[in-house]
Design a protein around this ligand. Structure first.
Ligand code: F6P
Length: 470
């Protein structure tokens, strides 16, 4: 059996509190099942040369972490990854700021990751690169002589060629993606967008009728692998946390009021300003709810050095303050807005306690919180999920209350519909979504991707059989 090697920009170390975002949750549950190596940035920045990776082994998983130089953190992470690729891939051109200096830093950090990873590789490894920070890795690993199958999974949306073309180096980015044996996307839309790029650059004939892609001498495969959650782990965490101290203190403080819960990294793509405005519409339109509902929004700070994140933070503070100033009573606060993170299990307990889960990103690759909310519910008396139709999760969770996140009035009506939904309808919707979650859980996601990678058209079976070279 081959060893699984996952590489991502940020990794979630066992001794630290969970890194926010679905990627860390997804990779960790995948690696805990299969064992293997997780290589990436440990979250520290340094002034001097970062040196060799630090190695920690815990529960069958080896963690290899590298530091980032302060300048690289600025130009590669804040810059190219989060001021160029992130806004572009989420269709927010307003937040995009390109410079070739950032592009060079992106290439250099990827090269340094590849150089440090190679000595850690074993002959039978299967290499799985994650997310937009590390697109050039396959090319750089191949240049360093790595012959093992290399796959890439994009956790965020992929833009159509008309949007992608805004990027000066879009052709290099597309070429880099074709250096993988398998490229995975969250949804069919993302795959089609990738095809639009391949067609534009290499011609329609590059895409074969069976879905394989042929570029020069190489054949690769691009497909859809929607990421799932560990359903039973979430259920267990949620049930245990519900009677734990932190969640009990929160539920006691509700004094019998209905709870609406949102959990998102503080990011402009999550639609929090629009969500706060929808909540205000809801309170205006359905005044019977005044004093009877509490909306808790957990929004851990994220990418705080990037201008667009500073701006969105200010807007949200003002919006929460406006709603509370206008509607609060001496014994009731309509919105509790928290910029802090909690352990994953506690979050699952909060989600279980909620009558309404609100997940309304303006664009999102998948959104695992939506899936976690469903998995965390008590099936006999489940809460209702309000879900943006612009999140990848909406492709699978059609039994949620689907909304357009920009339409604040419609989202306000959906909150009312969720609060007044009959038990029978809530159970039906919940059962339908649970079926989907169980069929495509995190184990199925890992299995499908790794199998695809091992059977990839470009993966040389002789190399696989004899474990010749890396
Ligand atoms: O899922 C998208 C993503 O950018 C992941 O790659 C990342 O781990 C997560 O969000 C959190 O973002 P960051 O590492 O920038 O805090």
């Amino acid at each position: 059996m081959s060893r699984l090697v996952c590489v991502s920009n940020r990794i979630s170390l066992p001794r630290k509190s969970a890194a926010p975002g679905g990627l860390a949750v997804g990779i960790l549950s995948a690696l805990k099942r299969t064992g293997g190596l997780w290589f990436g940035w440990g979250g520290e920045t340094v002034d001097t040369d970062p040196g060799e990776p630090d190695i920690h082994i815990r529960d069958g998983v080896t963690y290899a972490t590298v530091d980032l130089r302060k300048r690289d953190f600025e130009l590669y992470y804040n810059g190219y990854a989060n001021e160029v690729l992130w806004p572009l891939f989420h269709y927010f051109l307003k937040g995009m700021r390109y410079s070739s200096e950032q592009r060079d830093a992106y290439e250099n950090v990827n090269r340094s990751f590849a150089t440090k990873l190679v000595p850690l590789l074993e002959p039978r490894d299967t290499i799985w690169i994650h997310d937009y920070h590390l697109i050039p890795m396959a090319r750089l690993l191949r240049d360093a002589g790595v012959k093992r199958p290399i796959g890439f999974f994009l956790h965020i949306p992929f833009p159509n060629i008309e949007m992608l073309r805004v990027l000066p180096s879009y052709a290099e980015l597309l070429r880099d993606l074709t250096c993988y044996d398998v490229v995975g996307f969250q949804t069919q839309n993302d795959l089609q967008a990738f095809h639009s790029g391949v067609e534009h650059l290499f011609g329609a004939e590059a895409i074969k009728p069976d879905g394989r892609i042929r570029v020069g001498e190489r054949t690769m495969r691009a497909d859809v692998f929607p990421i799932g959650v560990d359903v039973s782990a979430v259920q267990e965490e949620a049930t245990v946390a519900l009677s734990g101290d932190v969640v009990r203190r929160m539920t006691d403080s509700l004094m019998g009021r209905s709870l609406m819960m949102g959990v998102d990294r503080l990011d402009y793509s999550k639609g929090l300003v629009e969500r706060f405005s929808a909540y205000q519409h809801f309170l205006e339109t359905y005044p019977d709810n005044l004093g009877n509902i509490t909306y808790i929004q957990i929004a851990p700070l994220s990418r705080t050095d990037v201008r667009a994140y500073v701006d969105i933070r200010q807007q949200l503070e003002q919006a929460a303050g406006r709603t509370n100033g206008r509607f609060a009573d001496t014994d009731w606060t309509p919105i509790r807005y928290l910029n802090r993170n909690f352990p994953h299990a506690t979050l699952m307990g909060f989600l279980r306690a909620a009558k309404v889960g609100i997940v309304t990103p303006l664009r999102d690759g998948m959104n695992l919180v939506a899936k976690e909310f469903v998995a965390a519910q008590d099936a006999t008396d489940p809460g209702v999920l309000i879900l943006s139709n612009l999140a990848g999760a909406a492709r699978e969770l059609g039994s949620a209350l689907l909304v357009n996140p920009y339409d604040s009035q419609a989202v306000g009506h959906a909150i009312q519909a969720a609060l007044s939904m009959t038990l029978t309808e809530r159970r039906e919707r919940h059962a339908a979504m649970m079926q989907v979650l169980k069929r495509n859980d995190i184990a199925a996601w890992t299995r499908r991707f790794v199998e695809a990678l091992e059977q990839a058209p470009g993966a040389d079976p002789r190399v696989r059989a004899v474990g010749n070279g890396h």
